[in-house]
Design a protein around this ligand. Structure first.
Ligand SMILES: Cc1cc2nc3c(=O)[nH]c(=O)nc-3n(C[C@H](O)[C@H](O)[C@H](O)COP(=O)(O)O)c2cc1C
Length: 390
């Protein structure tokens, strides 16, 4: 199989084996236990906690500790900590290790939020590489678990130091490095600057380099891999309201030839609705609908755009594309949120609810209706109306 056809593959981070190299990004207020569970269920090879303050961990803050303990947490799991005091970070990491909740400890060196950078933590550490190095070395000494780092490309557009910084991170002993291809100044706006990740994997040598920023499809993975040589791919916002993205990408990684006929046959409905129009196939002709595979192979040879569309829609469609299936995920996600967070679960689910509703022409009126809704039944009814027009 060509390198491209095999981009999604197992990844080993210092002995921690991930079934694949698709990683759910840490996102405060989003990647709670239930969301991680769904992303993992759809095939993410690793999930990461929301960032946890080293101070709060040491003080035994209940909310922070709870954030890391999730009884159904799929493993391997990475806990991300932040802080700017090396000793404190080391003690916090040790405490996390003793909780036995994860296989990896990630150090946040990319958070742009003022509360975090004000104390010299998060992205601010990109301006103090000596301190960043001391933190990595001290944390590493304190724990047996592999220690990884997540950073940005620099502080501002005129202070891009990602290459030197990543080199320092690797030399200090980090066992994987993730770079979000934006500066602190950019926050989350604009387009991620993948060009700044050029040949990063070469720079990291054997240490896995993980690319992050605006990855939303297998096509994006191909491009970012071509530029950076990354061994792993981290997806954040592309997964919100869209946790099946991991399944879609994994399946898109397979060539059309490796999709077996039974799957194709399972998908005749999807084929008729979604794929046939792309190929200008008349679905009123039963022969065309019952024998789509030949047409697909033909189209694959003729037109790579159509090929990609077929592969994506076909694979995506198999289990998750039908609206009923999306509704099922939406409902189960809300239930998990209620189980995990109690009555607060509805409010905490809102960020996901709005994302699940994205793209529908009635989305804004649904949003208005739902922005203060606390009754889970009403939320589910809204979901039904949205996904299935009920
Ligand atoms: C709501 C939100 C919360 C985030 N929280 C964290 C965090 O706790 N730790 C972290 O390292 N990055 C955090 N990030 C950054 C993401 O991990 C990721 O680097 C960024 O969103 C770019 O990836 P994307 O374009 O795939 O979303 C957060 C991003 C968002 C949107």
């Amino acid at each position: 199989m060509s390198d491209i056809g095999n981009l999604i593959r197992p990844l080993n981070i210092s002995g921690v084996q991930l079934r694949n190299n698709l990683i759910l990004a840490p996102m405060a207020g989003v990647t709670d236990g239930p969301f991680r569970l769904f992303c993992s269920g759809f095939g993410a090879g690793l999930t990461v906690s929301e960032l946890a303050s080293s101070k709060a961990l040491l003080l035994g803050n209940k909310t922070t500790i709870r954030m890391l303990r999730f009884s159904e947490q799929p493993r391997p799991f990475s806990v991300q900590i932040f802080g700017s005091n090396a000793e404190e970070m080391a003690r916090a990491a040790k405490k996390v290790e003793e909780m036995e909740v994860c296989e990896l400890i990630d150090i946040n060196m990319g958070c742009p939020v003022s509360k975090v950078v004000k104390i010299g933590a998060g992205a601010s550490l990109m301006k103090t590489p000596e301190l960043a190095s001391e933190i990595i070395k001290t944390v590493k000494k304190a724990v047996k678990l592999p220690v990884t780092v997540k950073c940005r490309i620099g502080w501002t557009e005129s202070q891009i130091n990602v290459r030197d910084f990543v080199k320092m991170v690797v030399d200090s002993g980090a066992e994987a490095v993730t770079v979000h291809a934006r500066t602190r100044e950019a926050g989350y706006s604009g387009i991620a600057d993948w060009g700044k990740l050029k040949n990063m994997q070469d720079l990291c040598g054997k240490v896995p380099f993980i690319a992050n920023g605006d990855i939303k499809s297998f096509e994006d993975i191909k491009k970012i891999h071509e530029i950076s040589g990354a061994q792993g791919f981290m997806i954040g916002r592309g997964a919100i309201g869209n946790p099946w993205i991991f399944e879609l990408i994994r399946l898109s990684n397979n060539s059309c030839d490796s999709i077996d006929i039974s799957k194709v046959e399972d998908n005749l409905g999807v084929f008729a609705e979604q794929i046939a129009p792309l190929l200008n196939i008349d679905t009123a002709d039963p022969a065309m609908v019952t024998e789509p595979c030949g047409e697909m192979r033909l189209a694959k040879e003729e037109n790579s755009e159509v090929k990609n569309a077929i592969e994506k829609e076909l694979c995506f469609g198999k289990k998750y594309f039908p609206p009923e299936k999306k509704l099922e995920v939406f409902r189960e996600h809300l239930l998990e949120s209620l189980i995990e967070h109690g009555p607060k679960g509805v409010a905490l689910f809102r960020v996901h609810l709005f994302a699940y509703l994205r793209g529908n022409r009635f989305a804004s009126s649904f949003r208005r209706e739902m922005c203060s809704e606390r009754n889970p039944k009403k939320v589910i009814e809204t979901g039904k109306r949205f996904f299935c027009g009920e």
